[in-house]
Design a binder for this molecule. Sequence first.
Ligand SMILES: *Cc1c(COP(=O)(O)O)cnc(C)c1O
Length: 391
Amino acid sequence: MTSTRAQGLATRSIHGHGFKDAHGSPHMPIYDTTTFTFDTTQEVLDVVEGRKVGSLYTRYGLNPSIFALEETLAGLEGAEMAWVFCSGMAAETALFLAHGRQGIIGIGDAYGGTMELLGSQLPEIGIPTRLMLGSELDQLDDLLAEGARLVFLETPTNPTLELFDIQAIAERTHAHGAILVVDNTFASPVNQQPLALGADVVVHSATKYLGGHSDLTAGALMGSQDLLMPIWNWRKNLGSMPAPTTASLLARSLRTLVIRVRQQNASAQAIAEAMEKHSRVRRVYYPGLPDFPGHDLARQQMQGFGGMLSIEVEGGGDAATAVADRLELFALAPSLGGAESLVTQPCTTTHHGLPAEERARRGIPDGLLRLSVGLEDSADLIADLEQALAS
Ligand SMILES: *Cc1c(COP(=O)(O)O)cnc(C)c1O
């Protein structure tokens, strides 16, 4: 590459692995290898003692398939470095253990596993955590003054697509010497670049949009070398490395990330507009709708509005359950980001464990259905929703 011009995201997702194969392979082949051999003890020591970057042992991440994937992942978020993990939760756990031990503040709604870690499991091992609603954001400075060193948020959130101002929260967080971590799973790097807005670390459940086909489980952290290096030993000894075959499958998925997400954005917008006009739909939650509360912020800090939306069905929980059960193309499953469209009713799945009052406090009505828009023709998806709502 002779040009120093910054390349676009689609180019980086295909060529960002920085790999040249002796046999001419256009991408990194799968090194399905647990250990790597050396000619001399001196060469082993050079890698073990860090004088040379080289392959050594797959669980450490020292495997060519992992190196190539991590270089691509870093490029997607404009980060100095990336670490890949065997799941999004593995990535979060290693991050919290490395950087959150003095205290973690969680803002707004988050993924169920994250809530469990922050709400009960980390406090059980002595890590202080505080969870605040988006409406309580004015308390952030007081909570930071108590000594927390890590602020964690998702934007847009699950399932109500609440948006948080990454730049403003990063400034407040940094003023107290803490770091801001953004879970960018819902938006994907195509629609949002948190590091460019001032966040310090980005978390991904690569199981969702990065993988994109509902066929792999993986996670990632992206950030500066200073913040990522202390996480390396936690990943290594928690044993949270994906298998090389999974890493390779994820690298393959990344090559189509940009076109997939742009298509999902366009379909979600079309569905949101159709649902907004539907008489059996009380409310549509989608950042791409001009009267959605987070719309102006979304226009400022996102490059696209995403493939996730929620609709509140008239008639409450039972009516929504009936609609979910009648949908044919939208499959009933609590994941997201794949080629297949999925529907889930938060009060029966992702937020089932919360008492009804707590769901109400978080603004999650029982009549809410969360849609993950896939890659089918949007006209077919709209027709499916219309038949399910009509009965
Ligand atoms: C799914 C998800 C996670 C957890 O990821 P896994 O890969 O299932 O461990 C974390 N955050 C968000 C926003 C998610 O959707």
